[in-house]
Design a protein around this ligand. Structure first.
Ligand SMILES: Cc1cc2nc3c(=O)[nH]c(=O)nc-3n(C[C@H](O)[C@H](O)[C@H](O)COP(=O)(O)O)c2cc1C
Length: 399
C-alpha cells in the first residue's frame, strides 16, 4: 500500500469531530462522553458529579430498573418519518427532554450555565437552572431563547429565596421547580472520601497533584472568575456560608402561599415519589410534578423512579403534567418513560458529562445522542410519534 493511500484510509476512518471538539469524535453514547469527562475532571469534581447518597443503592437501582425494561415492538409498521415533537407545560418542544437543574456547573467547565443555556437554546428544549447556579440568572437568560425554568431551594427566613425568585421572574424564566427532596442534605460518601472540606496537608498534596494531572481544567479554573453563587446573595464568602445553612429542614406545603404571590407561571414539585403527593399537588393547583430521587443523591433506598412512575401517572389522572428523571442515559430509557405516561424526561448527568468533556459542544453532542437514540427506538418499536408510545409496547417484568 502506498503511503498516500494509507493516509487516505486513516482520514476516512476518522469520524468528523462534532462541533469542532475532537474529544467527542469517537463518542457514540453518553457513557462514551462520560469516559472523556472523567478523564478531564480532577478527583473532587468527579466525586461531586458521580456520587450517590449514602450506600448508593438507589443510584444503582435507577440504572438496573431501566436496564430491565423490555420493548414489544409492533412490526411491520411504516416508520419513514419519526416525529419527536411535543408540548411541555403548554410550550412546543422538538424533543421530550429537559436539562435538569444542577448546582455549581462551573466546577465541570469554566463556562458553566452559559454553555448549557446555549446548547439548550440550539436544541430548542427547556433548561432548569439551580438556585445554586454559578452564573447570574440575568446572564443565563441572555444566552438562551429557549424556555428557562428556575429551580428553587427554600431556606432560612425566606427573604433571600424570595429575592432569587423575583430575579428569575424578572429575567423571563417561565416555570418554577420547587425541590422537595432536599429538606436536609444527604451524606455523600464519595465526596467525603475526597476530603474536600478538610484543610489537611494530605488534601493540599492531593489537590496539587490532581491539578497537575488535569492541566486544562486547572488552567481554566485558575484563569476564569472565581466560582460563586450569585443568585443567592452577593458573590462573596458569605454565599458559601449560606449554602451550609441552606438545607435547614423548614420547607413545607405552606411555602406555596408566598411562592404563588411572587410567581404566576407554572409551578412543579421536583422530587415526588408517592402517588398521594401527586394528588396533593393537583389539589393545590400545581401544574406538574417531577418524579425524581435526585439522581440517587438524596435519601438512599428509595425506589427507582421508573418503577413508581406508572402509579404516579395514574394518580395524577391528567390533572397535572408528570415528568421524570434519575438515571436516564439513553433514548430508549426516555421512550420507556414516555410509554409509561411521562410527558418529558429531565437529564442531569447525561448533559453534565458533555459539559465537562467539551463545554457547549459536549452538551449539544449529548442532546444529539439522546435524540438520535430516541428516534431509532421509536422507529424500531413501530411507533412513529410520541403519542404512539404507550404501555402496550412494554412488557411488564414478571414479579
Ligand atoms: C452534580 C449534580 C448537582 C445537582 N444539583 C441540583 C440542584 O442544585 N438542585 C436540584 O433540584 N437538583 C440537583 N441535582 C439533581 C438533578 O436536578 C436531577 O434530579 C438528577 O441529576 C437526575 O438524575 P441523573 O443525573 O441520573 O439524570 C443535581 C444533580 C447532580 C448530578
Amino acid at each position: 500500500m502506498k503511503p498516500s493511500e494509507a493516509v487516505r484510509l486513516l482520514r476516512i476512518k476518522r469520524p468528523a469531530p462534532p462541533y469542532g471538539a475532537y474529544s467527542l469524535a469517537r463518542c457514540y453514547s453518553i457513557e462514551d462522553v462520560a469516559r472523556v469527562a472523567r478523564r478531564r475532571l480532577p478527583l473532587g469534581a468527579r466525586a461531586y458529579l458521580d456520587t450517590g447518597g449514602a450506600g448508593e443503592y438507589t443510584l444503582h437501582r435507577n440504572r438496573s430498573a431501566l436496564d430491565l425494561i423490555e420493548f414489544l415492538p409492533h412490526q411491520p409498521r411504516e416508520v419513514t418519518s419519526i416525529d419527536t415533537t411535543t408540548t411541555i407545560l403548554g410550550q412546543r418542544a422538538p424533543l421530550p427532554i429537559v436539562l435538569s437543574p444542577v448546582g455549581a456547573p462551573r466546577l465541570f467547565h469554566h463556562e458553566g450555565e452559559r454553555a448549557v443555556a446555549r446548547a439548550a437554546c440550539h436544541a430548542g428544549i427547556p433548561y432548569g437552572v439551580s438556585t445554586l447556579a454559578t452564573v447570574p440568572v440575568e446572564e443565563i437568560a441572555a444566552n438562551s431563547k429557549s424556555p428557562l425554568w428556575f429551580q428553587l431551594y427554600v431556606w432560612g427566613d425566606r427573604r433571600d429565596a424570595q429575592r432569587a425568585v423575583e430575579r428569575a421572574r424578572d429575567a423571563g424564566f417561565s416555570a418554577l421547580l420547587l425541590s422537595v427532596d432536599t429538606n436536609v442534605r444527604a451524606t455523600r460518601e464519595r465526596e467525603q472520601h475526597t476530603g474536600l472540606d478538610l484543610p489537611t496537608p494530605e488534601l493540599a498534596i492531593t489537590t496539587f497533584l490532581e491539578g497537575v494531572l488535569h492541566p486544562t481544567w486547572t488552567w481554566h479554573f485558575l484563569t476564569s472568575e472565581q466560582i460563586s453563587f450569585p443568585n443567592i446573595g452577593p458573590p462573596d464568602h458569605r454565599s458559601r456560608e449560606k449554602i451550609k445553612g441552606m438545607f435547614d429542614g423548614t420547607v413545607t406545603w405552606k411555602d406555596l402561599e408566598w411562592i404563588r404571590k411572587l410567581w404566576h407561571g407554572p409551578i412543579l414539585l421536583k422530587g415526588v415519589l408517592r402517588p398521594d403527593e401527586a394528588i396533593r399537588a393537583a389539589e393545590e393547583g400545581l401544574d406538574g410534578v417531577v418524579v425524581s430521587n435526585h439522581g440517587g443523591r438524596q435519601l438512599d433506598h428509595v425506589p427507582a423512579t421508573i418503577d413508581v412512575l406508572p402509579d404516579i401517572v395514574d394518580a395524577a389522572g391528567g390533572r397535572l403534567e408528570v415528568l421524570v428523571d434519575s438515571g436516564f442515559r439513553r433514548g430508549s430509557d426516555i421512550a420507556a418513560a414516555l410509554a409509561l405516561g411521562a410527558k418529558a424526561v429531565l437529564v442531569g448527568r447525561a448533559h453534565l458529562y458533555g459539559l465537562a468533556a467539551a463545554g457547549e459542544a459536549g452538551v449539544r453532542h449529548c442532546i444529539d445522542i439522546l435524540a438520535s437514540e430516541l428516534r431509532t427506538t421509536m422507529a424500531l418499536c413501530g411507533t412513529p410519534t410520541l403519542s404512539d408510545l404507550d404501555r402496550d409496547i412494554l412488557r411488564l417484568r414478571p414479579e
